[in-house]
Design a protein around this ligand. Structure first.
Ligand SMILES: O=c1ccn([C@@H]2O[C@H](COP(=O)(O)OP(=O)(O)O[C@H]3O[C@H](CO)[C@@H](O)[C@H](O)[C@H]3O)[C@@H](O)[C@H]2O)c(=O)[nH]1
Ligand SMILES: [Mn+2]
Length: 777
């Protein structure tokens, strides 16, 4: 194939830009900050207390402080080096379609789910439907659902979805529906008021994309615009926003109504079956697939199940408009108690093999079951990078940011990952490419399967007609089951050099790192019109636990042979090594933070701390955060530092010593009604007793004691040697106390079920008393 002829005069498929002024400003700020850090170090080093003072006791505290400050200073350096080269990307989808037309590659989409209780099947199929309806030739799309729960309820839901898809996909395409998760779509677009056919309705999208285009009406709590011709023209000019539904006539409205009804009915049937907890006789008869569940099968012990629900090659199996459908496959890999299953990484690797057998798409998209596609053009966006004739061959993956649609107004648990998405990853992109963060990532199959990229090796162009096997669906299923067994990977490179890596709670990060160390680059693409929306944790313990898993995994990478500085040395740039280490060093950061927050002989450095907070405040507001939201972020930062990261640190050390085994605590995607209500009201959820909460409340009480005790002493005893250091000390206590306000509330003032249990109060009070007694002995 003549590469030359394809290229002749063709413009690139994507563009890379930098925001010059932002960059300059950032660099200036980073440099000033670093000067401040160095000054603090100098002060600490030169003002060492004399040995005589307080019997030398003060010297240890001072040295500890110096250590903590050295650590924070280095962290500052790492963070800002990683952000040094912020880079932005944009794509030219029209050129892609023009140039490649019917030579577009096959794309295999992997959705992972693990538990029908905490990941409800209706949520899972909404994600599946959203990706089935991508704006991409259906004969080139294949969607695979991996069910680690091995649940026939999830299978049933998928079966229902495969039927619903037949009308949903043509409906989406006809009216340019966005987003294509039916649940998300129907909950955003209310039906227009009766008798208002002349007015066109358009909902202002959530914060960020809302533009004032004219007058409008409030209806059911939503603001609808009256669109004039000019408005519409304007709206279509603003690129990178979802198009308006193109519904015009009464018939169109009827069709919408019909779809909504179909969806609601399906949802009800699924929820009903899930509530009962088993598949009824009647349903069982409707599909041969159910027979694969034997009576003794359970989630931890069952054979491999593979079922092709829609065979895209089957010309008689088409949607309601007669167009081909994407292939849809259900897979539950074999599980046996005596075989480690390696969590999501294991599931992904089984999917890699099964999909190779069935559709063999050269591009793979991975989404978690709670992350639906919010933008039907994302596949095209991703392909713009892979198929760019000039640079495309060096990209292993295209990572989209993880955005969430269940955040409260002020982001109570700081789950938005805003700074990572809007700042850090743009910086990493300029340093060789972002991390792979699990969900919302397009991979080149080749690179995920262990291929190296070098100046002499060029990735194969991924375009061209996919080769379609002639083998029957039945045989494909048979073969696939053989690929999804427990024993298949024995004595192989799977989980090591091939596929996702095993043995790390953040399989995604370590896999991405090893891909980059094999010479590949990656791309961060963060379009205005969000590509994926998922669910962030909705209780404090879930939020802390998730960060514990992440920081533990990242720390383990640092301690393993994949340490970015060792494995990455000479393979990835220093900037990227530093970028990885920001995350890898979270867990050990807990120690200096704890030291700082609990030390009584503390002198804060107003300049650096003040500058850091002011800057982060400006940054947050700049990126659309509220003031309260910023404050919540600071709070959660402190909570995470003193709990999640500490536990992660301890667990990692324990694992290193062989005391602990690897585990993966799946984040719950549902909360009971009371809990969700409190979440919406932004009231922190404690509820259970957890060792993490004991630490939080101990620090809170300790600082309250110090504030009260220190304050009285300052008033009573005017002769304190250095008023200013006392004052600063109290200021810090006061800050911690303010940050801990929700904890005091939960300790003393609340009586709902989300308060802190009294056992936690007693334990922490006991610890505080002991801590206060020790110095008196
Ligand atoms: O044994 C398992 C455990 C989990 N999962 C799936 O893995 C995904 C992520 O699990 P979740 O509990 O939602 O973790 P999060 O912390 O929200 O996920 C982030 O962090 C993980 C690594 O810690 C990555 O795997 C994810 O892609 C990334 O979104 C979900 O779809 C699960 O169904 C499995 O398939 N099998
Ligand atoms: Mn998740």
């Amino acid at each position: 194939m003549g590469l030359g002829e394809e290229r002749s005069g063709d413009a690139p498929l994507f563009q890379t830009t930098t925001k010059k002024w932002c960059r300059l400003w950032y660099r200036l700020y980073a440099c000033c900050g670093f000067v401040g850090v160095v000054l603090v170090w100098c002060y600490r080093a030169t003002h060492f207390p004399p040995a005589a003072a307080a019997g030398g006791k003060g010297r240890w505290a001072w040295a500890g402080m110096l250590g903590a400050e050295l650590w924070f200073g280095l962290y500052w350096l790492l963070t800002h080096s990683a952000r040094w080269n912020q880079t932005y990307r944009s794509t030219f989808k029209e050129s892609l379609l023009q140039r490649f037309g019917d030579r577009l590659p096959g794309v295999d989409i992997f959705v992972c789910t693990a538990d029908p209780i905490i990941e409800p099947p209706t949520m899972v199929i909404n994600t599946v439907l959203s990706v089935l309806a991508y704006d991409y030739p259906p004969e080139k799309l294949s969607v695979y659902l991996s069910d680690d729960g091995g649940s026939n309820l999830t299978f049933y839901a998928l079966l229902e979805a495969s039927r619903f898809a037949r009308s949903w996909i043509p409906f989406c395409k006809k009216y340019k529906v966005e987003p294509r998760s039916p649940h998300a779509y129907f909950s955003q677009s209310s039906e227009p008021m009766e008798g208002t056919t002349t007015v066109e309705w358009m909902k202002i999208k959530k914060k960020g994309t809302g533009r004032r285009l004219g007058t409008g009406t409030w209806y059911k709590g939503l603001w609808y615009l009256d669109m004039t011709g000019l408005d519409k023209a304007l709206a279509s000019l603003v690129a990178d926003t979802p198009p308006e539904d193109s519904r015009h006539s009464v018939e169109d409205e009827l069709l919408l109504h019909q779809q909504r009804k179909l969806y609601k009915e399906m949802e009800e049937r699924i929820n009903h079956t899930v509530d009962i907890g088993e598949i009824s006789e009647e349903i069982h008869k409707t599909h041969k697939g159910f027979s694969q569940w034997t009576s003794e099968a359970n989630s931890r012990n069952h054979q491999a199940i593979v079922q092709i629900l829609v065979d895209g090659r089957d010309e008689s199996d088409v949607d309601s408009e007669g167009c081909p459908l994407p292939t849809l496959v259900y897979m539950a890999r074999e599980k046996r108690p005596q075989h480690p299953h390696n969590f999501k990484a294991g599931a992904m690797n089984a999917l890699l093999r099964v999909s190779l057998e069935i559709s063999n798409g050269p591009v793979i998209l991975n989404v978690d079951c709670d992350m639906y596609s919010n933008n039907s053009k994302s596949v095209q966006d991703a392909l713009c990078f892979f198929m760019d004739e000039d640079k495309g061959h060096e990209f292993a993956y295209v990572q989209f940011p993880q955005n969430f649609n269940n955040l409260t107004k002020n982001d109570l648990y700081a789950g938005s990952l805003r700074m990572i998405n809007e700042v850090d990853f743009h910086g990493l992109d300029g340093n060789g490419g972002p991390l792979y963060v699990g969900s919302g990532c397009f991979h080149r199959r080749e690179s995920l399967c262990g291929k190296k990229c070098s100046p002499t090796y060029k990735a194969e162009p991924i375009g061209g007609k996919p080769q379609i096997t002639e083998v029957s669906a039945y045989i494909l299923e048979e073969r696939s089951r053989g690929l999804a067994t427990c024993t298949y990977e024995e004595n192989s490179q799977w989980g090591k050099e091939v596929g996702l890596k095993y043995g790390c709670p953040v399989e995604d990060i370590i896999t991405g790192l090893s891909i980059q160390c094999r010479g590949w680059k990656s791309i961060y693409y963060n379009p205005q019109w969000k590509a994926f929306l998922g669910l962030a944790p909705m209780t404090l313990s879930q939020a802390l636990l998730q960060h514990k898993r992440w920081s533990e995994g990242d720390f383990q990478i640092l301690l393993s042979k994949y340490c970015p500085f060792i494995c990455g040395h000479g393979r990835i740039g220093l900037g990227l090594q530093m970028g990885y280490s920001i995350y890898c060093l979270c867990a050990p950061s807990s120690l200096p933070t704890l030291y700082y927050a609990s030390d009584l002989w503390f002198i804060p450095f107003a300049f650096v701390i003040g500058a850091k907070f002011t800057c982060s405040l400006i940054e947050s507001l700049w990126h659309g955060e509220t003031l309260q939201g910023w404050w919540n972020e600071q709070k959660m930062w402190f909570f995470r530092r003193t709990t999640s990261y500490l536990f992660a640190f301890i667990d990692s050390v324990a694992k290193l010593l062989g005391i602990n085994k690897l585990a993966f605590a799946i984040t719950a995607k549902v909360a009971d009604e009371e809990v969700s209500k409190r979440y919406e009201q932004e009231i922190m959820e404690f509820g259970s007793s957890s060792p993490m909460f004991i630490i939080l409340s101990t620090i809170a009480i300790l600082n309250l004691f110090c504030l009260v005790g220190g304050g009285t002493r300052l008033l009573m005893d005017g002769g304190v040697t250095s008023i200013s250091s006392w004052f600063l000390q109290l200021l810090l206590c006061w800050c911690v106390v303010i940050i801990d306000m929700p904890i005091f509330e939960a300790l003393f003032f609340r009586n709902d079920s989300g308060r802190l249990p009294s056992s936690t109060i007693f334990t922490s009070a006991l610890i505080v008393v002991l801590a206060c007694l020790i110095p008196m002995l």
